[in-house]
Design a protein. Structure first.
Length: 356
């Protein structure tokens, strides 16, 4: 089904008549088969997946929408197959192919022309940004595991535990409850370190009065989830509560506004305006969100200079934050699925201030 979408896109434009997919992420997206090596060749009416002997049997049993052939001399095979497809202009993933790869295939495919601008990348980004129902179900399944892990970790965190113990407990819970992998290296930081958006868990001991920020996710069926929660231990100061409520207000304001037709820059501005009005504008130091799917960061991005427009099928994060150096930070993150009438929040975990 995914390959059919790319074939339709090839038919609808005139810049190229064949696509050479080399990246593991896009090979997986179009075939549903994970592999560390291989090539996917696509024309308007044919698709061939070339892979090596480590994967050939599994690929032949798994891949449904294209031919699967054993890799021998890859460059020669690619040329011969494109010639059979009567392809004359081959587009490549300019953003994912190395210069050495480009030079190799430019020579191997002569006299075919190799198109290495952003044309194919843009087409694939647009396709991947619009999630199909099965993709959304996989993201929901991954998110459910992460949320169950959050429920568990709230019973685990207490004064005396270290950040690393918290991160390892989250990881173990997700991997032992159905996650095939982690979405990324889990962030679990406490106290003053929460002012660092991507702080690294260490041996810092959690103290009464600390905020603990956790950013984590699971992978199911090749699809990622992503969530962040900030919880308090024992008690909070008036300033901690103010900052938390400001971030929560900004986060909810974005969720209320997400809908088809909204520009990604406007979505970012909604969160930024709330935080700026509260006097913390200088301390919101990253974009408001990003797409999630086969990769943890995908198109589109909810960022100040983003020129993309949200459309039905997008799955994006909503994760504003405030980070006060040397004091503390707060980030709250949900994932939202853009629907015809607005959005569906894929994150069910509580986000009102939790004091453990």
């Amino acid at each position: 089904m995914m390959i059919n979408r790319l074939q339709n896109a090839i038919r609808e434009q005139a810049a190229f008549d064949g696509a050479l997919i080399v990246s593991p992420e896009n090979r997986f997206y179009f075939t549903g088969f994970p592999s560390s090596d291989g090539f996917l060749l696509v024309s308007a009416d044919r698709a061939v997946f070339i892979t090596d002997g480590r994967y050939i049997e599994a690929a032949q049993n798994t891949v449904k929408d294209c031919e699967v052939v054993l890799m021998t001399t890859a460059a020669t095979q690619i040329f011969e197959l494109f010639a059979e497809m009567q392809v004359s202009r081959v587009a490549v993933e300019a953003g994912r192919m190395t210069l050495a790869q480009y030079q190799k295939y430019a020579v191997a495919l002569e006299p075919m022309a190799l198109l290495a601008d952003s044309t194919l990348d843009s087409i694939i980004c647009a396709l991947r940004a619009v999630k199909q129902p099965l993709e959304v179900e996989k993201i929901k399944a991954a998110q459910k595991i992460a949320e169950d892990a959050f429920s568990y970790i709230c019973t685990f965190i207490k004064p005396g535990k270290t950040e690393r113990e918290v991160s390892l407990a989250l990881d173990y819970y997700m991997l032992s409850h159905g996650a095939e992998a982690l979405s990324f290296e889990t962030i679990a930081i406490s106290g003053a370190k929460t002012s660092m958006p991507h702080g690294v868990p260490g041996e810092n001991v959690i103290q009464t009065g600390d905020f603990v920020t956790m950013d984590f996710g699971a992978v199911v069926g090749g699809y990622h989830s992503d969530m962040t929660r900030t919880v308090a231990v024992g008690k909070v100061s008036a300033k901690q509560k103010e900052v938390y409520e400001t971030v929560l207000h900004a986060q909810k304001a974005v969720l209320d506004a997400l809908r088809p037709g909204l520009s990604c820059a406007a979505a970012d501005r909604i969160a930024r305006d709330v935080i700026t009005e509260a006097g913390y504008g200088d301390y919101f130091t990253h974009s408001t969100g990003h797409g999630v799917g086969v990769e943890i960061h995908e198109y589109p991005s909810l960022a100040p200079r983003a020129n993309s427009i949200l459309t039905v099928g997008n799955v994006v994060t909503d994760e504003p934050g405030i980070y006060l150096p040397g004091e503390f930070g707060v980030r709250i993150e949900d994932m939202a699925y853009i629907t015809e009438n607005g959005c569906e929040n894929l994150t069910r975990a509580p986000k009102e201030l939790i004091i453990l």
